[in-house]
Write a protein that binds this ligand. Structure first.
Ligand code: NAD
Length: 350
């Protein structure tokens, strides 16, 4: 599926400059590795703490290192000789994970703390940090009929406990490394990224993958019902992976976006009930909906205000949710078929 890209990106990079991507065994960083490999970059180092056999994507010709980046020595090793460093490593998942494992989420602060310092010490040219919409003030997200969040809405701070505060403090590290030490950093606040090669079962999956899997399971089992967390009225926007990757590349290489957090998300707002309807339509079924009102459901509503990204890049993520969900649904269907056939599938361990 073709997505609209920002204009040409001036990367000021040679094809033999070393690009280091942390979290590369995961969803977004795995796609970023593929992106730079497809562009012809010959020296890419992919780093993750998961054993390489468990990575979602492995790209031929890419150096793969299995390192826990909460350890300083590993962070130093990871960025040796790097020209650019992308930090997408974090202990995270959907609401079910981040509401239950706040300590683990907070401990990701060690990753960024060590990695940014190691990158600066190594003389890297640029550093990218993957922040989140969870960094925004939760008081502004109490109504499903939301006003979209603009970049200034992170302060006064009242971020999501655990995960959101880790993002906010790591953003500040980036900003202060730029202010005090002249290190070029870039920060994007992702809003609910979805697409193929992401987690789709096991407890860390997010709503688009979870709904696709649940609908497929209902069809397969013949029990035409679905469990929804909360009352389904909570609203979100969802950003297709290809838009996210194009945005990361453009943000990292935009001189106007140094140490300046920016939303990277879609502004197509839907309720969880509407998301389920989209998946039902793709599957060609209608299911009985059971609402688990005690399950984790996060804030009532959240959307991305894209005024700033449109102004600075002349672009915003625009893949229609229906189109992205069709690709995601088909991919999860093929994963389920592979699992049934005993083949290797994307897998996540807690
Ligand atoms: P993911 O879980 O698929 O990937 C993260 C990867 O980081 C995993 O492969 C994990 O093994 C690795 N990791 C965790 N701890 C590590 C450590 N100590 N050392 C080395 N590697 C470690 O998640 P993702 O969806 O690809 O998210 C990537 C980044 O984007 C994260 O920083 C996340 O917080 C951020 N983000 C994602 C979303 C989203 O919707 N997916 C939304 C907002 C922000």
């Amino acid at each position: 599926m073709a997505v609209a890209h920002p204009g040409p990106v001036d990367r000021d990079l040679g094809l033999d400059d070393l690009i280091v991507i942390a979290g590369a065994g995961g969803f977004i960083a795995g796609a970023l590795v593929r992106h730079f490999s497809d562009l012809g970059f010959r020296r890419i180092r992919a780093v993750d703490r998961k054993p390489v056999g468990e990575w979602y994507q492995r790209v031929p010709g890419v150096e793969c290192l299995c390192l826990d980046l909460r350890e300083q020595a590993n962070a130093v090793r990871a960025v040796e000789d790097a020209t650019e460093v992308y930090n997408l490593a974090a202990d995270m998942g959907g609401m079910g994970f981040i509401e239950r494992f706040r300590v683990e989420c907070l401990r990701s602060v060690l990753i960024n703390t060590h990695l940014i310092d190691a990158a600066w010490q190594a003389g890297a040219r640029r550093y990218f940090y993957s922040s989140s919409a969870c960094a925004y003030n939760t008081d502004l997200q109490q109504d499903a009929d939301v006003t979209a969040l603009k970049e200034s809405d992170a302060y006064p701070a009242m971020a999501e406990r655990g995960y959101g505060w880790e993002k906010l403090i790591s953003e500040m590290f980036c900003q202060e490394y730029t202010a005090e030490r002249g290190f070029e950093t870039h920060i994007a606040r992702f809003h609910n990224v979805y697409g193929p090669f992401g987690t789709w079962f096991g407890g860390r999956e997010k709503a688009p993958a979870a709904m696709s899997r649940k609908v497929l399971e209902a069809v397969e089992s013949g029990d035409l019902s679905i469990e929804i967390w909360g009352d389904g009225s909570q609203t979100r926007s969802f950003c297709y992976i290809d838009d996210c990757i194009a945005g990361i590349d453009a943000i990292m290489h935009c001189p106007k976006l140094i140490a300046t957090p920016i939303n990277l998300g879609s502004s197509e707002l839907v309720s969880i009930n509407e998301l389920v309807s989209i998946v039902e339509e793709i599957a060609g079924v209608t299911l009985d909906r059971r609402y688990d009102l005690d399950a984790p459901k996060g804030v009532a509503g959240r959307n991305s205000d894209n005024t700033f990204i449109r102004q600075v890049l002349g672009w915003e993520p625009s893949t229609p949710l229906r189109d992205g969900m069709r690709v995601t649904y088909d991919w999860i269907a093929s994963q389920m078929a592979d699992r049934k056939a005993g083949k290797r599938i994307v897998e996540e361990r807690w």
